[in-house]
Design a binder for this molecule. Structure first.
Ligand code: MN
Length: 247
């Protein structure tokens, strides 16, 4: 397969290099990724300043380009400019840290793959679900094995997979639902050397989902969580209810 690899941690991060190298053993791999860290940039795109592409060296075995854009920009540039619109699969990652629950909407990693899903190209986001001690190789090796077993044609149109791999021993994989995992924000107030106040956003995670088949519960039990997601945000149940009441 012709595989586009992107990420949001930046082109020099360990996660993307290990992933690209392992995938290149069996596939044609093109790395197109941000020139610096773009974590938590969500699905933003660059339209008011130019985008620059630079060929860079990250490994003997893979062709790599950095761009000044976001993960979504990278996928658009790769598809239209670098890969001549011939892309069989897009993989975004391996991200340092989990991308589950409502974090999916902030995640540049997920948005890189979501951009592919929006182009109707099979796309996968992959994250090592441990920020402090990520296991990039374990996650990348899981993906390689998974790709041998999984039939990509089973994916619905405009649908991608969001994969979170626990660090350490893997018990297997589970297909899961996006959880209601979210954050309780607070702001630490600090003072600059010039006496001005500034703020640093912090947060405590809220994991109170009462359903058994959600992303973070699978990871907590030592399973790889695999959630099919798509860009359509309509709440079908609510739409039905509103039509029943008002139509
Ligand atoms: Mn990241």
């Amino acid at each position: 397969m012709r595989i586009l690899v992107t990420n949001d941690d930046g082109i020099q991060s360990k996660g993307i290099i290990i992933l690209a190298e392992l995938l290149s053993e069996e596939h044609d791999v093109f790395v197109v990724a941000p020139d610096k860290e773009r974590s938590a940039t969500g699905h933003s795109i660059t339209i008011h300043v130019p985008l620059w592409i630079k060929k860079v060296f990250i490994s003997e075995r893979v062709v790599a380009y950095s761009t000044t854009g976001t993960p979504a920009d990278c996928v658009k540039l790769a598809y239209n400019v670098i890969m001549d619109k011939k892309v069989d699969l897009i993989v975004s990652g391996v991200n340092r840290g989990p991308n589950m629950g409502m974090d999916i909407l902030y995640s540049g990693t997920v948005s890189g793959a979501m951009e592919g899903a929006m182009m109707n190209i099979p796309s996968i986001a992959i994250s090592s679900a441990n920020y402090e001690s990520p296991d990039f190789e374990g996650a990348a090796r899981f993906l390689i094995d998974f790709l041998k077993e999984f039939d990509l044609s089973l994916l619905d149109p405009f649908t991608m997979l969001n994969i979170n791999v626990p660090a350490g021993e893997i018990k297997g994989w589970k297909f899961t639902r996006q959880s209601r995992r979210r954050w309780n924000d607070y702001f630490e107030e600090r003072v600059s050397p010039f006496g001005e106040k500034y703020y640093w956003m912090m947060g405590e995670v809220i994991e109170d989902d009462d359903r058994d088949d959600v992303d973070y519960k699978a990871v907590r039990e030592g399973y790889v969580s695999i959630t099919p997601i798509h860009p359509f945000l309509t709440n079908e149940q609510c739409l039905k209810k509103l039509r029943e009441v008002y139509d």
